[in-house]
Design a binder for this molecule. Sequence first.
Ligand code: BGP
Length: 466
Amino acid sequence: MKFRSDFIFGGATAAYQCEGSTSDYGKGKNEWDVFLEEQGRFKADPASDFYHQYPVDLKLCHDFGVNGIRISIAWTRIFPDGEGKVNPEGVEFYHKLFKECHRQGVEPFVTLHHFDTPADFYKDGDFMNPKTIDAFVEYAKFCFEEYKEDVTYWFTFNEIWAVATNKYIEGTFPYGVKYDIAGAVQLMHNMMVAHAKAVVAYKEAEYKGKIGIVHAMESKYPYNEAAPEDIKAAKNEDVLNNQFLLDATFLGEYQKETMEIIQRLVSLNGGDFCAKPDEIEVLKKAAKYNDYLGINYYQSRFVQAYDGESDIFHNGTGEKGTSKFRLKGVGERMEKEGIPKTDWDWLIYPEGLYDLVMRIKKDYPNYKAIYITENGMGYKDDFVNGKIDDTPRIDYIKGHLEWILKAIKDGVNMKGYFVWSLMDMFSWTNGYNKRYGLFYVDYETQKRYPKKSAFWFKQVSETKEV
Ligand code: BGP
């Protein structure tokens, strides 16, 4: 079986991870500028210098069969303070970038928020503060109008779950809070309200393009399939990571089961979650407007019951075997015999992607279409005389594309696949030794080198066969 001729074989990027020039050309500060400065571990400058190198990267896309690119707009390049005064240089930069995409035959899929809330809003509570929601919607409306001739495919947010869990449960994203499930749930809900308001604004203005959201999702399996307490633990994680957000996206409200589990989990922090009627109203309106769902899929989880003290350790160095995730009353993530993992302890389980999309087809039949907006393998690439043999990455991508084909055969409407990442770039909590690109970036010279995976990907894109 082959992919359809209009299937997108794309590469994904995110503004803050690749652009560099984080405080140049009129750009304002965002939450990561503040957080990374406090941490002092690494910087997102110059990263892969996409701000200047984008013509090179788009030419590579063209030459290697990459016919789509995920790009995010840096909110603070457009509005340096998050709202109010516009930065014309930033506005112009994205016009030039989108034009170059079209010139090279590479369709841009554009995300409005990829982890980069403006610094002032971050200081005032990020999306916990309703004023950030309002400002986000204004920023979105500005972009819809400004780029209506350049952009057909929009996404509001990238990975609300990752934002929430990394900010409030794992503590690896700004503000670095740990074990606060109630905080994570509230943040997810507020961001979903912001998404819904932006989608409604887009549709009511009758633009000719399409809009959706990118969720980071994983299948959650009980570690011991026969143990009721492990089944419950897997369900806890599933509701937090998947079901809560899928309900908000496609039902516009939270199912009874979702609410029961969410209430039990937020009560672990003495919290109480309640969605306001006007919020549900806008979620419901947007639920029928979403044109597609973007899924970022990297791995799945095997979860067992856990009632001890919470204990999470993030492997941000690639020292295999150092990760720990035990969340009191939720569950403990386990390794599973026979399932390989990367140096950052991410389980390689392509079948989990198949299970995930089949579940969406069954439980949320109004999903319309799915793009895999990120999938890829973090790897310590060896650069040998200008050559990079990243066979494990090829195997990883191939495995996932095979399961995507099977899902298409079984009736899921999947329209594209974006490798994370197009070229090597900065990784939020891992810095620069975790590489994902089809193209190797020498950060000293900013020169690009196609990896073995880039040549392989070109062939897949041309033949539509894995
Ligand atoms: C996703 C993000 C990307 C990217 C990727 C890889 O969650 O959307 O921005 O970073 O994960 O993650 P990491 O860089 O942590 O390995």
